[in-house]
Design a protein around this ligand. Structure first.
Ligand code: PLP
Length: 452
């Protein structure tokens, strides 16, 4: 592995002038930075010409691979036609109109309305501001608290990081006041001795009811949840979780927002994660797969009831005073239109469904390993959780987590996968072939053998 010893190496140049986020700095100091020049299908290629199968899909988003010709052509065509604009002041691009129509069509809502951002964090942030705006306009300005869950990931802006249920945000003095984190519905890890999964789910629902009673329903603006927690370590909800909590939220008039930044557009085997888990939210947060990673873009998709309420609130003061310079960017919209077409009509979503049994079988096989405590996942997202002791589920100790060591060993094999907590996460591009899936599991197995 290349290190910083040559001052002109790409690695040294990267380290000299780049400030790294979400990166284990001792690992980079030891192993160097992989500087990527291009991609080929689900592979990335570095400055040394090494190829890595990217089982991370970039960052969950490059679902059509890195060089899809149709995606590139759609981007080039729109850059040539109209390279940039906004969606404000009574103007928006034709591409923006068409994308909103398309999102309304593919959403689970009857008459959706779409608001655009540049990222998933901004979409969550915008949704929170929408809720605050809405409740204030409806005479309940005290309804400002946001409910989320421990281990949730909703982004990095001050508000979306406050929604995120990860302890590392304490270094920023977050969460802000008014962000309340409920328990993580991970039965394998948090189920109590002798507690069935149904009892665990009921405990999650009881906790929600008790939290609403404690905080006061009339102080709560909304509840946000990923259908499958992604960056928390790929955590599907316990059996019946959404069926248990959705009626409680509805009874208290608390909007349920489905953060589908990862789960949207096919990752779990259906267009939306809320379809997979059979619940209807009041709004959907989308990003990542929305453009197959070819453009930074996010969207808030409001269901009809919330959209109507927002419209009335905005009309009351004659505008919704919020938006980003590049909101509804025409190139992003053209790319998203193409990405939706590629995923839904070029067989990518079908491929996820077709190969999910193979994915599950590969995960189940690796979970036989004496240091893998659990495999979990849905569709093309899965995690293997490493444990020091399988019977007691005791995690490994130490600064460099065992998952980081496994991920490094994978990198040495030419496989990129993500260490998250004690888990190794696999979320391959939707274009993966059988042979590439087998390559992924073989390389991961070799890495496990090298670490243990
Ligand atoms: N919500 C979820 C579920 C995510 O996984 C992410 C990013 O991984 C975000 C929001 C934030 O999106 P972004 O990184 O585009 O701001």
């Amino acid at each position: 592995m290349m290190t910083n010893d040559s001052p002109n190496s790409w690695d040294a140049r990267a380290a000299a002038h780049s400030f790294y986020g979400f990166t284990d700095l001792p690992t980079v100091a030891e192993r160097g930075t992989i500087v990527v020049t291009h991609g080929e299908g689900p592979y990335i290629v570095d400055t040394e010409g090494r190829r890595y199968l990217d089982a991370n899909s970039g960052l969950w988003n490059m679902v059509a691979g890195f060089d899809h010709p149709g995606m590139i052509a759609a981007a080039q065509a729109q850059y040539a036609r109209f390279p940039g604009y906004h969606a404000f002041f009574g103007r928006m691009s034709d591409q923006t109109v068409m994308l909103s129509e398309k999102l309304a069509e593919v959403s689970p809502f009857d008459n959706a309305k779409v608001f655009y951002t540049n990222s998933g964090s901004e979409a969550n942030d915008s949704m929170v501001k929408m809720l605050w705006f809405l409740w204030a306009s409806e005479g309940q300005p005290q309804r400002r608290k946001i409910l989320t869950r421990v281990n949730a990931y909703h982004g990095v802006t001050a508000v979306s990081a406050s929604m995120t249920g990860k302890p590392y945000n304490a270094v920023f003095g977050l969460p802000l006041d008014g962000f309340v984190h409920l328990s993580c519905p991970h039965y394998w890890r948090f189920g109590q001795e002798g507690e069935s999964e149904a009892q665990f789910t009921q405990r999650m629902a009881d906790e929600l009811e008790a939290t609403i009673a404690r905080e006061g329903a009339d102080t709560i603006a909304g509840f946000f949840a990923e259908p499958v927690m992604g960056a928390g370590g790929v955590i599907p909800p316990s059996e019946g979780y959404f069926q248990a909590i959705a009626p409680i939220l509805r009874r208290h008039g608390i909007p349920l927002i489905s953060d589908e930044v990862i789960t949207g557009f096919g990752r779990t085997g259906n267009t939306w994660g809320c379809e997979t888990y059979d619940f209807v939210p009041d709004a959907i947060i989308s990003s990542k797969n929305l453009t197959a990673g070819f453009f930074p873009m996010g969207a808030v998709i409001l269901g009809e009831a919330l959209a109507d309420r927002m419209q009335r609130a905005a009309e009351k003061i004659e505008e919704f005073p919020h938006g980003f310079t590049a909101s509804g960017h025409p190139v992003g919209c053209a790319i998203a239109l193409k990405a939706i077409d590629v995923v839904m009509n070029e067989g990518l979503a079908d491929n996820v469904r077709r190969l999910t049994p193979r994915f599950e079988a590969g995960m189940a096989r690796l979970a036989q390993h004496p240091h893998i405590g659990e495999w979990r996942g849905k569709g093309f997202m899965g995690a293997l959780e490493a444990v020091a002791d399988k019977a007691t589920k005791t995690p490994f100790a130490g600064h460099l987590s065992v998952s980081e060591r496994i991920a490094n060993a994978c990198t040495d094999q030419g496989l990129i996968c993500r260490p998250l907590g004690q888990s190794i996460v696999l979320c391959p591009p939707f274009i993966l072939t059988e042979a590439q899936m087998d390559e992924m599991f073989t390389k991961l197995e070799t890495a496990l053998d090298k670490v243990f």
